[in-house]
Design a protein around this ligand. Structure first.
Ligand code: F6P
Length: 322
């Protein structure tokens, strides 16, 4: 009888550390005597049968690489019942008993749909945004923040040299975590995030003017993508403070690059755990980080959880950004 196969795919926006997770899944599954199939371009690969057999060497030399060697995509077809059935049919034809899906909440919905069709699916949180409520941490977050921090340190050099204010937008979709932690790390004068209402005059401009009286001449303002409008914000700051102000959108530079040690380690742990679940005949779960432990939750339960913003850290950032 042919060995059972486990498939692995990356879906949604790529994130540094996804490759480390693919490697862990592949190696752990092979060690358990299963076949491993790599699926290209997220669910599209399952829909089109774009899969390939993987061995121990297929995942050599990828642990340190950003992006995803499996490519990734956001699949609209997988949102439809027809698409979900088609993907499950492909799995059955190829002898795939389980699929490990590395991606965000949207990707987990596809995994849940496949589970309903009888395929054991496990989700692993992979996104730079850290916006998955069920997990304290998502693969890629640490690398993206470190990249953002380095870039903003550079912006600070030029802002300082010109006595300017720099308004910098960081990624994160509707989640302010990248902005919050990067903001604190670069000593930003203000951090604007979707989770905390703000008044530009009171919370940014007045604070800048107050701080200026103490001798501070240059300013970094971090704006989360979910707030946006950095050019307008910069214009208003310049008009109202008289301080020359520039706007920068960091953009996709934050998505690339070699994963940090944290991302490599967490990805390896999560990949291993996902295979353990499937090999025990368990599906419909997401592997998450909770209080520094790798645990798993039911997918629906995980999708229904509410994200908590770290207001305590935000208040600390505010109190020392003077
Ligand atoms: O989810 C990761 C992310 O980089 C978000 O921070 C951002 O909003 C989005 O993806 C950008 O997507 P795209 O690469 O499709 O422009």
């Amino acid at each position: 009888m042919e060995k059972k196969a486990i498939a692995v795919l990356t879906s949604g926006g790529d994130a540094p550390g996804m490759n480390a997770a693919v490697r862990a899944v592949t190696r752990a599954a092979l060690a358990k005597g299963m076949r491993v199939l790599g699926v290209r371009r997220g669910y599209n690969g399952l829909l089109n049968g774009d899969v390939f057999e993987m061995n121990l060497r297929s995942v050599s030399d990828i642990i340190h690489r950003g992006g995803t060697v499996l490519y990734t995509a956001r699949s609209l077809e997988m949102l439809t019942p027809e698409g979900q059935k088609k993907a499950a049919d492909t799995c059955r034809q190829l002898g795939i008993v389980g699929v490990v899906v590395i991606g965000g909440d949207g990707s987990f919905k596809g995994a849940r749909a496949l589970c309903r069709e009888g395929i054991l699916c496990i989700g692993i949180p992979g996104t730079i945004d850290n916006d998955i409520a069920s997990s304290d941490y998502t693969i890629g977050f640490d690398t993206a923040m470190n990249t953002a921090m380095e870039m903003i340190d550079r912006i600070r050099d030029t802002a300082q040299s010109h006595d300017r204010c720099s308004v910098v937008e960081v990624m994160g979709r509707r989640c302010g975590d990248i902005a919050l932690e990067t903001g604190i790390a670069v000593g930003a004068s203000a951090i604007l995030v979707p989770e905390v209402p703000f008044d530009l005059q009171k919370d940014v401009i007045d604070r800048m003017m107050q701080t200026r009286k103490t001798g501070k001449q240059h300013f970094i303002i971090i704006v989360a993508e979910g707030i946006g409008g950095v050019s307008e914000i910069a214009k208003e700051i310049e008009e109202k403070t008289g301080i020359e102000t520039r706007a920068t959108i960091l953009g996709h530079v934050q998505r690339g690059g070699s994963p940090t040690i944290r991302d490599r380690v967490v990805a390896s742990q999560m990949g291993y755990k996902a295979v353990e679940l499937i090999s025990n005949g368990i599906g419909n779960r997401v592997v998450v980080m909770k209080d520094n432990h790798i645990v798993d939750y039911d997918i629906t339960e995980a999708l229904n959880m509410e994200r908590k913003f770290n207001k305590e850290l935000y208040d600390i950032a505010l109190s020392i950004s003077i």
